[in-house]
Design a binder for this molecule. Structure first.
Ligand code: NCD
Ligand code: ZN
Length: 375
């Protein structure tokens, strides 16, 4: 008979977006609801979290909203960051620094541009010294009319930067975030254990065909070829300890994900007089609310043995980040015969009387085969 109960030592999500304002208040408690006990929180707020004091005040807000979740704060890499700030951040409990190449994703305008990574040598040297983690969004910006870079080859073309940073700072702990390609998997496997990668549940399920047919499946990096998805599944199936869960759960108000074209007026002859064109769709897929049951459900549909859950959602990430699981934080999930339907949307009031909005989770309306057993 198929396993019906799974015991997971204190699940850790190594990459989550919790936003600010009304959206933060909606999604922060969902981390616990999804079976996660510890979460590494991304700094791409508006304005981004670029200083130690901002990281710590943001942490306080999150902790107040969900006191039983252990949040780990991060900072956003900019050319203003100094080695002194790295020491201050490390002393204050900031765990890592996230690098966004400029313009590749949500709120990345302040990220790394044509100057490349060499300008951060002093900062990276200090991070290596105090043992702070460098988190890399591993895509180079698109330049379709220039060097031919586009969303499909952006990750493989980033890998030389990863190798170069690792060559210069061999002891620096680095995470290649949300890796999506066979090339990235192969590359990380050749590196020592202080270089790891996170994998999202949605990249285990989706391929490029899904990404181009629904805004709900659009995220950065985009889901790639079936052969890339197969490589992600295979490395988890292998139980490889350098690959662990980072959900990249990234909620957006549905109006930003699915901006519709509005026809304001039709003319008497049936023509169209005025049209409001849609703005581009926001990148990001929301998974926090059901994360652990979702991962188990996707493992099964991806032919990944459930014995691999514990390493992937807890042990490997915790070992790398250096936070042992407390025995009392075990999470138990059970198989459900009927399947539980994923909520179609969460409603919230936008900040500043901007009206009601929705967040649509990944696989909304579809069924999960697993649920959390409440303690
Ligand atoms: C993230 C977001 O919305 O903040 N979007 C996404 O598509 N993954 C940013 C990111 O991690 O790239
Ligand atoms: Zn992210």
């Amino acid at each position: 008979m198929a396993t019906s109960l799974l015991r997971l030592p204190s699940p850790f999500d190594a990459h989550v977006h919790l936003r600010q304002g009304a959206l933060m208040r909606l999604v922060t408690p969902h981390v616990q609801q999804g079976g996660i006990k510890m979460a590494y929180v991304m700094p791409n707020l508006v304005p981004p979290v670029t200083t130690p004091s901002h990281a710590l005040s943001y942490l306080k807000e999150l902790q107040a909203l969900s006191p039983n979740t252990h949040f780990l704060p991060s900072m956003y890499l900019t050319t203003n960051l100094t080695p002194a700030q790295i020491r201050e951040a490390h002393a204050g409990g900031v765990v890592g620094v996230k690098s966004y190449p400029r313009g590749v994703t949500t709120n990345s305008e302040g990220g790394v541009g044509m100057e490349g990574y060499g300008v951060f040598d002093e900062v990276f040297a200090e991070m290596e010294k105090v043992d702070m983690i460098l988190n890399l969004h591993g895509e180079v910006p698109s330049d379709v009319d220039g060097d031919g870079c586009c969303v499909l080859n952006a990750e493989p073309r980033f890998l030389p930067h990863l190798l170069e940073i690792h060559r210069k700072f061999p002891k620096l702990r680095i995470v290649l975030e949300h890796c999506t390609t066979a090339a990235a998997v192969e590359c990380v496997k050749t590196l020592p254990p202080n270089v790891c990668a996170t994998i999202t549940p949605h990249h285990l399920a989706l391929t490029i065909d899904h990404a181009v047919s629904s805004p709900l499946h659009f995220c950065k990096p985009v889901a790639k070829y079936p052969s890339d998805r197969a490589a992600l599944r295979a490395v988890i199936r292998e139980g490889h300890p350098q690959f662990f869960l980072g959900s990249d759960s990234a909620p957006h108000p549905s109006g930003n994900k699915m901006p519709t074209m509005k026809v304001l007026r039709s003319t008497l002859d049936g023509g169209i007089d005025e049209v409001t064109l849609p703005s581009p769709c926001a990148a990001g897929i929301y998974t926090s609310d059901n994360l652990i049951p979702l991962v188990a459900t996707i493992f099964e549909s991806s032919d990944i043995p459930l014995e691999r859950m514990s390493g992937f959602v807890s042990e490997f990430g915790r070992r790398f980040y250096g936070f042992a699981a407390k025995p009392e934080d075990e999470v138990v999930i059970r198989r459900i015969g009927e399947g539980k339907v994923i909520k179609k949307a969460y409603q919230f009031e936008r900040d500043g009387d901007a009206g009601r909005e929705y967040v649509v989770p990944f696989m909304a309306g579809e069924k999960l085969n697993w649920e959390i057993v409440e303690a």
